[in-house]
Structure formats: C-alpha cells, structure tokens
Ligand binder design. Structure first.
Ligand SMILES: [Zn+2]
Ligand SMILES: [Zn+2]
Length: 342
C-alpha cells in the first residue's frame, strides 16, 4: 500500500520510495486543477517507485493517465526520474527551470567517458591522491544511472504565475542545490487557516531536518567560476521573506515556521565557514580541507563516492570564502592550496 497524505485544499502527496537510499522517499505532491491533477516532482525511476506512485494516485481516485502536467523542482533523479513515464501514460507536459533543463540536455548528450575524465581531472586539481582518482579513469565505458532523463517540454519562468486553471502558483528561483532549483509558492489561504502567506513546495531547498548538499555546478563545458553556496544563502533569504504558513518539502515531512528553519540553515553555514577558516590557518588543497572537515563520520570511514561529494562541498565553501575575501589561493601552488586572508 502506498503511503499517502491529504494536506487539504486540493493538495495531497504520495511517498514514493527511493531504493537503497537513507532518505527513504520523495514526497510527490498532487495538486488538483481545473484540468486534472498536476504533480510536483515524480520520484525515482524504479518499478517499485512507479507502482507506489500509481497506487497513490488510485487512492486519490485518479491515475497516471489523468495527469495534466508535471512541475519539477530540480533535475535530480529522485525528483525527475519518473517524469518520462508519467508523460508517456498521460501526454502531460513536463516543466523545469531553464538552467536545469540545460543540465538534462547535457546529460542526455554526454558520453560517460567524458564525464569520468572530467571528474578525474577535477579531483586531481583539488589535490585528491592517485589511489582515489585512478578508479575513475578506469571507469571508462561504464554506464551511469539516470543517463536518459526526460527532456522537459516547458520552461518554468520564475516570478510568473504558472498556467494552472483554478490555482495561484508562482515559481520562485532558488539556485544553490542545483542552478535551476525552484520552489513553488501556492498563493492561496492555508486550508486550516494557519497564519502566513500560503504554502511553499520547497523541493530540496528547505527541508525540516537535513541540510541539502551544496557542491559546485559541475559543467564540463563551462569554466565560469560560480558561487553555489552564495546562491544558496541568498535563495534561503528569498524564501524566508515569503513567510509561508506551511512548507511542503520533497523529503521528510511538512513543517510550519519557515523563517526559523531559514535562520537555522544560515547559522549552520556561517558556523561551518568559520570552522573552515580556522582550518585554513595553514595552506590546504580542497582535498586536504575535506579530510579535516567535520562530517557525520570519520574520514577513513567515508565511502569513496561520498568523498567526491565531500570534496565538492569543501570546494563550494572555499569558493564562497574567496568571493567574500576571507580566503585566497596561494600563488604558484599546484594543486592549488588556499589560506585564510590576514
Ligand atoms: Zn536534490
Ligand atoms: Zn531530493
């Protein structure tokens, strides 16, 4: 039996399982409109996940074939995985922010060798030891999961009301976790009369008990030096100012006080930046910095794939410190090391 919830006011959700993942499930929201249900995210592409989604929709008296449209908060496979199947079943449109559509297009066109070579070069530049980089070079020809995500056929334009008959839903651009992440603000009175302005579908941007991963916007074709952590912190302030009555996140559970959660997350990142700065009293490569940062377990116990994520997290924090003028690269070092500014 699929796990379903009724959030009131024509909004329900299905917990769609993510196989072998500690997150457990993606909450796929089902918004009633004058032309049939519209989904916010679709869940992981797996037969059991599809079954759960179809069961959940059946429990709401509808089916995948009735879906009018699909709004995707961001391109990650636990959000966009089943979009292609929903579109096949229903002919629904699939919408996403242009910056994440660009990633989907690139993923569909890229050859896995290109990606592995790019990641290997990047980790080498970050100071990763040879034994960590070598398996990536050897991975040529291996396939990656989620290599053929569905290409969206509509763009979510931030700031505009979405074309949903009978609803007031506005997209808010919240880059950081991905460059094209959006939250969706349902500008309607809260069904239980909770104080605040409407409800916010927050994707992975604002979650009640998890800090979303903020790495670099990995793009083999773009050498622009971006600042995803800076983007994320600005996006947090943006959604805090919306003062929604309730947040409907893509994982865990709905929650109230968005402003308090935003303050928690801002404080968490400021604390983390300060602790990185104290580590940077001596010059360190991003890899060295990652091995000394505080994680949920000691570095030697972190599996290799998670180490890649940890290094990109260290790099996004370094980028932000450099941008703020609180740290700087040491000239002439290779791999480049960073040190805090005097
Ligand atoms: Zn995500
Ligand atoms: Zn997610």
């Amino acid at each position: 039996m699929a796990l379903t919830f009724d959030h009131g006011g024509g909004v329900r959700s299905v917990a769609v399982p993510i196989p072998d993942n500690p997150l457990g499930h993606t909450l796929v929201y089902v918004v009633d409109t004058g032309r049939g249900p519209v989904l916010v995210d679709t869940g992981w592409d797996d037969p059991a996940s599809w079954e759960a989604l179809a069961e959940g929709l059946a429990a709401f008296g509808t089916s995948p074939g009735d879906v009018h449209g699909v709004l995707i908060t961001h391109h990650h496979p636990d959000h966009h995985g089943l979009s292609g199947r929903v579109r096949e079943a229903s002919g629904a449109w699939v919408a996403m922010h242009a910056a994440d559509i660009a990633i989907v297009r690139r993923t569909r066109e890229a050859r896995p060798e290109r990606w592995f070579a790019y990641m290997a070069a990047k980790l080498e530049a970050a100071g990763a030891p040879e034994e960590h980089v070598a398996p990536l070079r050897a991975a040529r020809g291996r396939t990656l999961p989620g290599l053929a995500p569905a290409l969206p056929d509509r763009e979510i334009v931030p700031g505009e009301l979405l074309d949903l008959p009978g609803r007031r839903l506005r997209a808010v651009w919240t880059p950081g976790h991905t460059p094209g992440h959006v939250c969706l603000h349902l500008e309607e009175d809260h069904p239980a009369g909770s104080p605040g302005r409407g409800r916010l579908f927050s994707g992975d941007h604002l979650l009640p008990g998890i800090t979303p991963h903020i790495g670099l916007y990995e793009d083999p074709d773009d050498a622009t030096v971006t600042d995803p952590l800076g983007d994320y912190l600005a996006s947090l302030e943006r959604v805090g100012r919306l003062t929604p009555a309730e947040v409907l996140p893509a994982h865990q559970h709905p929650f109230g006080d968005a402003g308090a959660r935003v303050q928690d997350l801002l404080a968490h990142h400021e604390h983390r930046l300060a602790s990185l700065l104290s580590l940077l009293s001596e010059p360190l490569t991003p890899w060295q910095l990652a091995t000394r940062m505080r994680w949920n377990r000691p570095w030697p116990e972190i599996p290799r794939a998670s180490r890649d994520i940890a290094v990109s997290e260290a790099e996004s924090h370094l980028r932000h410190l450099v941008k703020q003028g609180r740290a700087e690269p040491v000239p002439g070092t290779d791999p480049v090391t960073y040190v805090r500014t005097a």
